[in-house]
Ligand binder design. Structure first.
Ligand SMILES: Nc1ncnc2c1ncn2[C@@H]1O[C@H](COP(=O)(O)OP(=O)(O)OP(=O)(O)O)[C@@H](O)[C@H]1O
Length: 588
């Protein structure tokens, strides 16, 4: 598996900003000017008071100073507005890139990572959490930097006036920052607790919505709602507990850090009375100390935002740095044909091994069936061949090439996989089928629908092929969704086709129609079918009987029957079940 090298938050943001990173640089430069022009009037006022003390009576001088102050305010506002607009432009690029990279990434990580994380968590991070960064990120980069840099420049200026005053001005700032540090005591623990509670809340909400059918059918509304409310309460408690712990430090920091006057005023007065500091310089120090109150308060106001941003960045980079399926960017070798071999394959979900040394040989163009009891590992084998997970041990080869030496994009072109889920997108039937091959014409889409046995029912839908099928294909029956999924896979025209329980929803009459159409569609391709109804696969070239994660028996239907093992028992059970159903139907 590939692991990305670690990057700092700033490196991530600059990478996401891409070509727009210069907007951040311009934004910071303009924000510095904005704050500088905000502080400039304090210099002017200091200068005016000094002149007043010296007895300056020229009214023109004072008018010019007033004009300077007005111009400073106007310039400050202009710089602020351009700076904010630049940082917003860069931030929108960053957010778009984060979402793109997260979605790309989810396609490259093992399916297990996606499945093991609740869909509420991914949605929350990629949609809401990233969205909530917009205002903060757009403001924090220019404003935090400028509100920090300008007071530093002012303090340097204070050093030029009187180093003693400058040093004393540091005392409240340092005490304030120390109090800010107090807010971070136990940060990791409180933060993980808050994030975990938020995840619980999201998962409870998504579970409630996804499971609404079962909840209603079984009258579990109160219980499920209670679960959601408990999650909401636990979430609120976690944040309130954290807030309470920070409150005192927060207040202390906001009282101490900005008020450099606390030390500048008494010590300055002592220096003036001892004659070591001129009154005009003292006045300038007082005014500048007042001037930096605003920027320091603004800067500290970002403390929470810095925490929030770093939290969200942590969540996003958690997704982006997750280990990927071990695949090269460009295939290292080309498969000789579309045969599939599993060589001593083992596989574990987390720590539980479910496949123990599977060996299979499926010739190019052959029809292969995987049968066996529920939970024996058939779907897992299909998912490993479809490259949704990586094997834990052994290897899978296509045309003699280990699939880990092939680029995912090339590999995906070779495999068409119809899973048990039959997920359809909230789009038209036509676009759902076209997912199989983006450049297919309408004619090709309709042709494949005819061949897959779904043309007739599609034409009976309200808008035919242009009917929107609803999220996850909700407006269609299970069997209809299944047939559209088959058409979608067939349109892809890949040399290897995997059908996992492809006819599970179908009634026996339709089953044989689908079987015949699928057989025609896949002729010449390597077909791997997983089936519970053994009658649907009795013609297969090769049948693998999977039991408890191992290939227990293999061969064709006839040879397996003659072995008198698991397959024979399954076949007899299947036939007697069919007879029972037939008898029951005849008796009705
Ligand atoms: N995502 C998962 N996480 C953990 N264990 C899993 C996961 N998916 C399947 N399993 C376990 O792996 C084993 C094999 O499951 P698999 O779905 O491959 O069996 P199957 O033969 O296809 O079953 P069925 O015929 O019922 O679909 C089972 O014990 C199952 O509980």
């Amino acid at each position: 598996m590939q692991k990305q090298k670690e990057k700092s938050a700033v490196q991530w943001i600059l990478e996401w900003a891409g070509r727009r990173k210069s907007f951040y640089i311009i934004s910071v430069a303009l924000a510095v000017l904005n704050v500088a022009f905000k502080i400039f009037p304090y210099f002017i006022i200091g200068n005016v008071i000094a002149k007043l003390l010296l007895g300056e009576r020229d009214i023109e001088f004072y008018i010019i100073q007033v004009v300077f102050i007005a111009v400073s305010f106007v310039l400050s506002e202009i710089f602020r507005s351009i700076s904010t607009s630049c940082s917003h432009k860069a931030t929108f690029a960053v957010l778009a890139e984060i979402r793109k990279q997260c979605l790309d990434k989810l396609a490259r990580v093992p399916l297990g990572y996606v499945k093991d994380t609740s869909s509420g968590t991914f949605k929350n991070i990629i949609v809401e959490r990233v969205d909530s960064m917009e205002t903060t990120l757009a403001h924090i980069i220019p404003e935090f930097t400028s509100n920090m840099l300008v007071p530093i420049a002012v303090i340097i200026y204070l050093f030029a006036i009187d180093w003693r005053i400058a040093l004393f001005s540091f005392i409240p700032i340092i005490l304030g920052l120390a109090a800010t540090g107090g807010m971070f005591i136990g940060y990791e623990e409180n933060f993980s607790n808050a994030v975990a509670r938020t995840r619980e809340l999201n998962a409870a909400a998504v579970e409630y919505i996804n499971g609404i059918e079962v909840i209603k059918a079984f009258g579990k509304v109160d219980g499920s709602y209670e679960k959601f409310m408990v999650a909401a309460r636990r979430g609120a408690d976690a944040f309130i507990f954290w807030m309470k712990k920070c409150n005192v430090y927060h207040s202390l920091a906001f009282i101490l850090a900005p008020y450099t006057l606390l030390t500048v005023l008494p010590f300055g007065a002592v220096f003036v009375s001892s004659g070591s500091l001129a009154v005009s310089d003292f006045v300038m120090c007082i005014i500048l100390s007042l001037g930096i109150v605003g920027p320091i308060l603004n800067m500290m106001g970002f403390t929470d935002d810095l925490g929030t941003i770093s939290t969200i960045l942590g969540e996003v980079t958690g997704i982006l740095t997750h280990e990927e399926l071990d695949r090269p960017e460009i295939s290292e070798s080309k498969p000789a044909n579309a045969s599939v071999s599993l060589k001593n394959v083992t596989f574990a979900y987390h720590d539980t091994e479910v496949l123990h040394g599977i060996n299979m040989e499926m010739k190019q163009g052959s029809v292969n069936a995987l049968v066996g009891p529920s939970g024996s590992g058939k779907s897992t084998i299909a998912k490993l061949i479809a490259s949704l997970w990586d094997v834990t041990g052994g290897s899978i080869q296509i045309g003699g090439v280990d699939i880990r030496r092939m680029a995912l994009s090339q590999y995906n072109r070779m495999i068409a996989y119809v899973s048990q889920d039959n997920y359809l997108f909230n789009e038209t039937v036509r676009e759902n089928i076209r997912q199989g091959r983006a450049d297919a014409t309408d004619r090709e889409v309709e042709d494949v629908a005819k061949k897959s046995g779904c043309y007739d029912f599609i034409m009976k839908l309200e808008n035919g092929f242009d009917t929107v099928v609803g999220g996850a294909g909700g407006h269609l029956s299970g069997g209809e969704r299944q047939r559209i999924s088959i058409a979608r896979a067939m349109l892809k025209d890949a040399p290897i086709v995997i059908l996992d329980e492809a006819t599970a929803y179908t009634d026996p009459e339709n089953e044989s129609v689908i079987q015949t159409s699928v057989a025609k569609l896949v002729s010449g391709k390597t077909l791997i079918v997983i089936a519970h109804r053994l009658s649907t696969i009795s013609d297969a070239d090769h049948i693998f009987v999977i039991s408890e994660g191992r290939v227990a028996e293999e061969g064709d239907h006839k040879s397996l029957l003659s072995m008198g093992g698991i397959y024979k028992h399954m076949w007899e059970a299947h036939i007697s079940a069919k007879d029972t159903v037939k008898e029951e139907r005849e008796n009705v």
